[in-house]
Design a protein around this ligand. Sequence first.
Ligand code: DC
Length: 220
Amino acid sequence: MKITIDGPAGSGKSTVARLISLRLKIPYLETGTVYRAFAYILSREEENPNEERAVNLVRGRPLEVKMDVGSMEIHYKGKDITGELGGEDVGKVASIIASFPSFKEEINKYFREIVKGQAVIEGRDAGLYIFPDADIKFFITASPEERAKRRWKQLRDRGEEVSYEEILRSIRERDERDAKRSKYPFKPAEDALIIDTTNMTVEEVTTHILKEIYRCVSDM
Ligand code: DC
């Protein structure tokens, strides 16, 4: 069974997807982190990544993505780079390369290659463009202010000093850029279950999703 969990930055989709993977004991893929890995490699090469270089990088299949139950690691040239991908700077470059249509096509092909069987696939558009045939699709969202608050707390806990206003601005900017892409704009899949988590705890969201999955399995 393939379960996709999509949503905008700071919606809490990663936390929830990881919990669902742990509860169901099936592997987990965080697609945004793979985007970030390519962004990280590109931004170490040059300041402004270009489309051709980004596409060629994915075509070279330079990463080793280790999907596991509740966790994922990305290795590059034999080194685990997962811990270096969480910052706002890498996220910004990831959002820029995500606006290149041919890059998106290539990375989506790559995702379909690495997800062999059952998985919880988390991302922006996993149910929309990567696995449109997924068994069950969720779209998790929250207000921009709530998402900025969550992201700010997450970065603070990691020891990064960023102002709330700056994060809110960056979230709005990224939402707009992602939604306005002429090809592959960011939006929920038509058959996705939309969950607004602004006033929900992680536990409530997880329980709600699990109930929907069990209902879907019993109907299969
Ligand atoms: O979820 P995230 O913030 O780690 O993702 C970083 C960027 O990657 C995001 O701004 C858009 C892009 N992305 C995408 O276009 N499609 C995905 N499935 C995942 C991420």
